[in-house]
Design a protein around this ligand. Structure first.
Ligand code: SF4
Length: 218
């Protein structure tokens, strides 16, 4: 397992590159983030954010989106692509939440255990474990380290985890080695590094803030 010293040095180098992030930013609305995750499938942030904003302008509450025809939701989210498919998923999720809760406020999940929140979100149709982990950290402030393809690649190249581990085991390994206050900033910064520098198939090691710490540097 990586030493605390190595984790601290990686964190410091990433902060020098990307700036200091709060240990735990102001938590965002869990249902907003869940819908945004659906909208972001197979499209970029710009398109999914635009679709989200239009949806909130046309149907300002989740209650209204729940009651609106699927076609109205699809029309509002057109800029995200796959509008019919995504509208159907959004409507299904809203129906499911309303059936279970009778309302659309998921902030109560901040006050339950990680296991309970994971179980609740995991029961929602079509929500991946990756999305659940991200909601746990970003929207609910739980001590979880979500692992997407970028973080998996960077963590493996840095030698923090083995490529042979499953995403679930990589998540558990990173959670055990990253101190609690660093979970959020390290998650966001490693993701950025993966998107901008430690890319597939060829990493841009000459421009990497971690090149002196990385066994895979070229
Ligand atoms: S030095 Fe290269 S391989 Fe290592 S983390 Fe940076 S970009 Fe990735």
């Amino acid at each position: 397992m990586a030493s605390m010293n190595l984790i601290a040095r990686i964190h410091a180098a990433l902060e020098r590159r990307y700036g200091v992030r709060a240990a735990r930013r102001v938590l965002s609305n869990p249902l907003d983030d869940l819908i945004l995750a659906i909208l972001s499938q197979k499209t970029g942030d710009t398109n999914s954010c635009r679709a989200f904003q239009t949806l909130r302008q046309v149907l300002p509450t989740w209650e209204q989106a729940h009651r609106a025809p699927e076609s109205a939701v699809a029309e509002a989210i057109g800029s995200a692509g796959l509008a019919q498919y995504k509208a159907a998923r959004i409507k299904a999720i809203l129906r499911q939440i309303y059936r279970v809760q009778g309302h659309f406020d998921l902030t109560f999940l901040r006050d339950v255990s990680v296991e309970e929140a994971t179980a609740f979100l995991g029961r929602l149709n079509g929500i991946s474990s990756k999305t659940v982990a991200r909601l746990l950290l970003v929207s609910l402030g739980k001590p979880v380290f979500p692992v997407d393809a970028h973080i998996r690649r960077v963590a493996c190249r840095l030698g923090l985890v083995s490529l042979t581990l499953t995403p679930k085991k990589i998540q558990a390994a990173l959670q055990s080695m990253v101190p609690l206050p660093l979970l959020f900033p390290m998650h966001v910064n490693l993701e950025q590094l993966g998107q901008k520098t430690c890319k597939m198939p060829t990493p841009l090691c000459d421009d990497c803030p971690l090149s002196k710490l990385c066994p895979s540097t070229r």
